[in-house]
Design a protein around this ligand. Sequence first.
Ligand SMILES: Cc1cc2nc3c(=O)[nH]c(=O)nc-3n(C[C@H](O)[C@H](O)[C@H](O)COP(=O)(O)OP(=O)(O)OC[C@H]3O[C@@H](n4cnc5c(N)ncnc54)[C@H](O)[C@@H]3O)c2cc1C
Length: 456
Amino acid sequence: MTRLVVVGAGITGLAAAFEWRRRRPDDEIVVVEAGDRIGGKLDRIRLAGTWYDTGPEALLGRVPEAVGLVEALGWGDRLVAPATTQASVVLPEGRFPLPAGTVLGVPASADGLDGVLTPTGVARVRAEVELPPLSLPDGDVAVGGLLRERLGDEVVDRLVEPLLGGVYAGRADELSLAATMPALAAQVRGAGSVLEAAAAARDAGSRSRFDADGPVFVTVDAGIGALPAALVEAARAEVRLRTPAHGLRRTAGGFEVSVGTAAAPEVLTADAVILTAPATKAARLLGEVAPRAVDPLRGIPYASMAVVAIAFPVQDVPAGSGLLVPPVTGRLVKGVTVSSAKWPHLAGGEALLVRSSVGRFGDESQLQRSDEELAADVVADVAELLGLSRPEPLETRVARWGGGLPQYLVGHPERVAAARAAVGEVPGLAVAGAAYEGVGVPACIRDAHRAVDALA
Ligand SMILES: Cc1cc2nc3c(=O)[nH]c(=O)nc-3n(C[C@H](O)[C@H](O)[C@H](O)COP(=O)(O)OP(=O)(O)OC[C@H]3O[C@@H](n4cnc5c(N)ncnc54)[C@H](O)[C@@H]3O)c2cc1C
């Protein structure tokens, strides 16, 4: 019998445990988790009497692994498609529907941009064809730098920044094109213009079985935060909470993982180890076994954020799934999801359920207020943005996500490749998770499967 030790009980660690169990029914699987609950960034609360996600709330169908995992758990009938995905961007001049057919906000033409860009901004996009053909330096570039030069500042500040802010809590001027927009990066080198590359990237977007006849996003009616417990059960894994891993060494037959607190240290032997802790934590564990992975992983910083979940009295709200709020507005909130409008299973209850996120990379000062102050300031922003007639909330809850999202800065793919190469030299060891090749839950599950493929 083989013993697998998984470090970290977030979605990556638990998906790895589940996948391992499916392939190797008789192995022993131990998941060690530093915190006092499973799920990592996945969590759900009771809000106005219903289950409500305070971490991820939507799963991208285009990366099929999340839908596949939910189906493998026997929960396929619990997948819910959104009633609407039409979001709007809030700008100093007002609110505008997010144009269709962009690649994370990068337009494929100047059509449909009126309003969200000023006439000057639209003209600047249209004029890209008059620029010299696109020629990029070798290696990775920043999203913001490329787009500002080719399409103008407005595309970045009013379209791309709010979308990247939503997915990465990051800033377009620092984020890697190759890592955050791989489909566009793949097209951009052979293309004459960014518009041409965006059109090709959009058309090349593969679609999973689920979204071929349905939506781009799905959720789970019990909350995505319900998946961790289901995974632990299905994986028949032993989960040890409050058990941080703090050392890893190779032995003749495998590994020794030092776990536990100073008061209760313990050494676990393992034949295989999958590290799914955030990059900075993984780096600390790799010093002895894969020292060349340490610096690349330390070079991946994290943004912190908070999600404020609010139950308002039922009332009319503008149509659509929510609002993206870029920094040019000077607002505290960076996004508002009207969950009761977006998800059919959250509609029609006794409250209007809304969540709003705060915090961008490099601007954690916004989070330096008590939960009460943060909730009050967010409620005020949300009530004004949605034009609520009954702005007094019935209930608010604040979820803080310190180190919530890794930042894929320029050069990220090289850092990941270097770390993976170093770890790959150690038989029986793998790293996986949001730090590497996609922060979304489906990408984390895909990375977990990749780790299992490599070791099992
Ligand atoms: C507010 C928010 C909203 C999001 N919304 C979406 C969304 O709508 N859709 C989507 O697809 N994605 C979304 N994401 C991204 C996604 O949720 C995360 O990227 C993903 O859940 C990360 O999973 P993970 O397992 O890689 O890492 P984590 O969830 O961070 O899990 C790692 C675990 O390792 C543990 N750990 C750390 N150090 C040690 C150690 N030394 N020993 C043992 N354990 C350790 C941690 O405590 C943690 O439990 C969102 C993220 C946030 C923060």
